[in-house]
Design a protein around this ligand. Structure first.
Ligand SMILES: Cc1ncc(COP(=O)(O)O)c(C=O)c1O
Length: 384
């Protein structure tokens, strides 16, 4: 930096493209504030087109979209659901809330995704579903996992919180499993503060999903004029967002090319500027398998040890750069112990959780900010 004053580089700044304000104002000027108005419908239609799926339902957040999954698929007490230990608590809680048991499987050391080679050994006669998380928006090996799920007659579900517009062999993430969940939290590529979506790839589940989302009523059918009154027909809660966040989100979704283009350029720049330093220092960079087109959600590094990761984060913090570690292994959590889960062996999860660090990465990051971050990083030496 020119005057010797370091810029403060935040870890994240919410994406903002400008059109959000106009759309939010249009809602304020109109008369439809509650859910499922024109902006919700426009977001859903845009996502259905982009993902090539049967139905998208906006939800209040990704956690709620995940919570809808067991209610739609009737997964509950006595059932088991396989998932990576290296994920956000919501992936597990969604099923635990209905009495099902999470079964934690380790991740691959290259992509941080569930290790498909370990899934089969975790399947029992109580297994109802496998939930994959496309970590950092880089696809899991979906052909292998789909084949396992199909052979055992269990559901494949996608926690696609990170992966909107990422691809697996050309297929959009979120369009491969029976149901997928999306996040529009402010840390995500596309945001409305708190928001999410449920993606349905099986048309036969649409009506049940609508009922679950509308407090257990058939109000969606009533609004479409298919019935003359609505009533309580099943389990459900209130998972639909109001029009204000939907309007905000539409502005962002319509700017998909701009947002993804910016993020792709930033990601590639990090990769180019850090590759040599990482090689020399024994630092692991993200791996993108040839089958995957990533969603450019995050840029992370894996330091050689916990001590070095902590030293690295402190080094950057002292230079006004904020970084973040990520998931704490779920199989070692207090809640997993309370659930009486059999002790899972997830050594890769434990190692990665200690060593992974996420770099500042946001749509409006400037070249000046990124140069500063990479200059500071490449001046850091890993201790032998
Ligand atoms: C993998 C994963 N699933 C679910 C969530 C929850 O998303 P939300 O905050 O939209 O509920 C997160 C949060 O970042 C996440 O990382």
């Amino acid at each position: 930096m020119g005057n010797g004053i370091s810029p403060r580089v935040p870890f994240n700044l919410a994406t903002c493209v400008g059109t959000e304000r106009e759309y939010v104002n249009a809602v304020l000027d109109g008369s439809h504030l509650s859910g499922d108005g024109p902006y919700t419908k426009a977001c859903q239609a845009l996502l259905e087109g982009a993902l090539g799926v049967n139905k998208v339902l906006l939800t209040t957040n990704c956690t709620h979209a995940l919570e809808m999954m067991p209610l739609i698929l009737d997964i509950g007490a006595g059932d088991e659901v396989i998932m990576p230990s290296f994920t956000f608590v919501s992936t597990a809680n969604a099923f635990v809330l209905q009495g099902a048991k999470p079964v934690f499987v380790d991740i691959r050391p290259d992509t941080m995704n569930i290790d498909e080679r370990l899934i089969e050994a975790a399947i029992t006669k109580r297994t109802k579903a496998i939930v994959v998380v496309h970590y950092a928006g880089v696809a899991c090996d979906m052909d292998v996992i789909s084949e396992i799920a199909h052979r055992h007659g269990i559901h494949l579900l996608e926690d696609n919180a990170h992966g909107l517009f990422g691809l697996y062999k050309g297929r959009p993430l979120g369009s491969i499993g029976t149901i997928a969940a999306q996040s529009f939290h402010e840390t995500k590529n596309f945001t409305c503060g708190e928001g999410g979506a449920l993606v349905l790839n099986d048309a036969s589940l649409i009506e049940t999903a609508e009922i679950v989302r509308e407090k257990g009523t058939n109000r969606s059918r009533f609004y479409r004029g298919q019935i003359d009154k609505y009533s309580w027909v099943g389990k459900g809660s209130s998972y639909l967002p109001a029009e204000l966040p939907a309007a905000y989100l539409l502005g962002q979704l319509e700017a998909k090319e701009h947002i993804q283009g910016r993020r792709a350029a930033l990601w590639e720049r990090y990769s180019e500027r850090l590759a040599q330093w990482a090689r020399l220092q024994g630092v692991q960079m993200p791996h993108i398998p040839s089958y995957a087109t990533q969603s450019y959600h995050m840029f992370y590094l894996v330091l050689p040890s916990l001590t070095e990761r902590q030293r690295f984060m402190a080094y950057l913090r002292e230079r006004s750069i904020n970084t973040a570690f990520h998931y704490v292994p779920l199989h070692q959590s207090e809640m997993a112990r309370r659930l009486g889960a059999p002790p899972a062996q997830c050594p890769v999860t434990e190692r990665i959780s200690d060593r992974l660090v996420r770099l500042p990465f946001f749509t409006s990051m400037t070249a000046e900010q990124q140069n500063y971050v990479t200059d500071v990083i490449t001046s850091f030496e890993v201790s032998a």
